[in-house]
Design a protein around this ligand. Structure first.
Ligand code: A2R
Ligand code: GDD
Length: 312
């Protein structure tokens, strides 16, 4: 049985990835920050801060994983504007710590470094849907850190003959995501309005942006496929291939509620720069593994709304 280690497993994707590994017959190991909670009966859980390289080395020697999924990150674009230093520390230095720790092993685990569709940034007309070979023009601090992780992963895989594969994950959504991300945020607001916990006014940011949304349960299937089949040094887009305007997402969420809802732009939710469209070309992963998303957007949004209805 293969051993798979998820670094940064107490966030949104981690639990889903552990379940997918369990379904796929991979023995799951997982790390979380000391202050985080992660109760999953299908994984052995360890505390780890990726800013501590020696701790990563010690853990890798203890577990000796065949597969490593590096998820740990400061993952919010919005927060990266407010705290660029932290984002740079965790997403660049932390990732280099992970890669350097892996180099110390006496064997070569297969590693997925999770980056972002945001790395493409300012996409020019004619470049959509965007393929892995396109130039990167990051439009925010988070995107720049993930582009940097991708470049260093590429350099390390070649220079040190490491089995590192880079992913560019586009927006992933589903029940359990933090409400700082748009679908979770809108669903939570609707659930609060339905319960009379807030005025019937939704606060929103930029509705003109178009983003490519995939259910997190489809995303983790892509990761498990790629860690086994990916070619070292290569980058793979993981997305749906169809961008939706945030306005369309808002309309869909509001249509799933019988409440009377007004919409108001909250200037605090607008970003200094928000690139107009990010849409994935998923030909490369599809040709390699046959993967494409299965869960329809409406189902994911319905389940996310029901998740918040049960919790607010
Ligand atoms: O920032 P926190 O307290 O939410 O913890 C996050 C954790 N993390 C770290 N883990 C180890 N050492 C660190 N120095 C460190 N700093 C942060 O990584 C969180 O528990 C986890 C990342 O999970 P999420 O923020 O929920 O991201 P998600 O949606 O699971 O995405 C996974 C990956 C990330 O690399 C994203 O940038 C990419 O997919 O889209
Ligand atoms: N969060 C939020 N809240 N976003 C809003 C809102 C709002 O009220 N209104 C409009 N938006 C817009 C944002 O301006 C952005 O264009 C889009 O909705 C998506 O925002 P987020 O859900 O915050 O995600 P993101 O695209 O910035 O980043 C997510 O996707 C990346 C992959 O494309 C994160 O999951 C990243 O970690 C991930 O790499």
């Amino acid at each position: 049985m293969k051993k798979g280690l998820v670094i940064g497993a107490a966030g949104f994707v981690g639990n889903y990835l552990i379940e997918e590994m369990y379904e796929s017959g991979i023995e799951a190991y997982a790390t979380k920050l000391p202050h985080e909670q992660l109760d999953n009966p299908h994984a052995r859980v360890y505390d780890l801060d990726i800013m501590d390289k020696d701790a990563i080395v010690a853990l890798l020697f203890e577990i000796r994983p065949d597969y490593i999924f590096h998820l740990a990150a400061q993952s919010s674009v919005g927060l990266a504007w407010k705290n660029p230093g932290l984002t740079i520390d965790v997403n660049i230095k932390g990732s280099v710590n992970v890669m350097d720790a892996i180099r110390e092993l006496f064997y070569k685990p297969r590693v997925l470094l999770i980056g972002s569709g945001e790395e493409y940034g300012h996409i020019r007309p004619g470049e959509t849907p965007i393929s892995e070979e396109n130039a990167l023009r990051p439009g925010n601090i988070y995107a720049a850190t993930k582009a940097c992780q991708n470049m260093i992963g590429n350099i390390y895989s070649k220079a040190y003959d490491m089995e590192l594969m880079m992913v560019r994950a586009f927006n992933h959504i589903g029940p359990g995501q933090a409400p700082m991300f748009v679908v979770s945020d809108f669903c939570k607001q609707v659930a609060e309005i339905e319960k009379g916990l807030r005025e019937p006014v939704m606060k929103v940011g930029n509705l003109a942006a178009k983003r490519d949304f995939t259910d997190v349960r489809d995303v983790v299937k892509a990761y498990v496929g790629l860690v086994a089949a990916g070619t070292p040094g290569e980058t793979y887009n993981v997305g749906s291939g169809n961008a939706q305007a945030i306005q369309e997402i808002l309309d869909l969420i509001v249509s799933l509620s019988s409440a009377e809802i007004q919409v108001e732009i909250d200037p605090n939710k607008l970003r200094p720069v928000d690139v107009p469209i990010i849409e994935a070309d998923i030909t490369k992963i599809n040709e390699l593994t046959g993967w494409k998303p299965q869960i329809p957007l409406k189902q994911t949004i319905q389940e996310t709304l029901d998740y918040w209805r049960a919790r607010v």
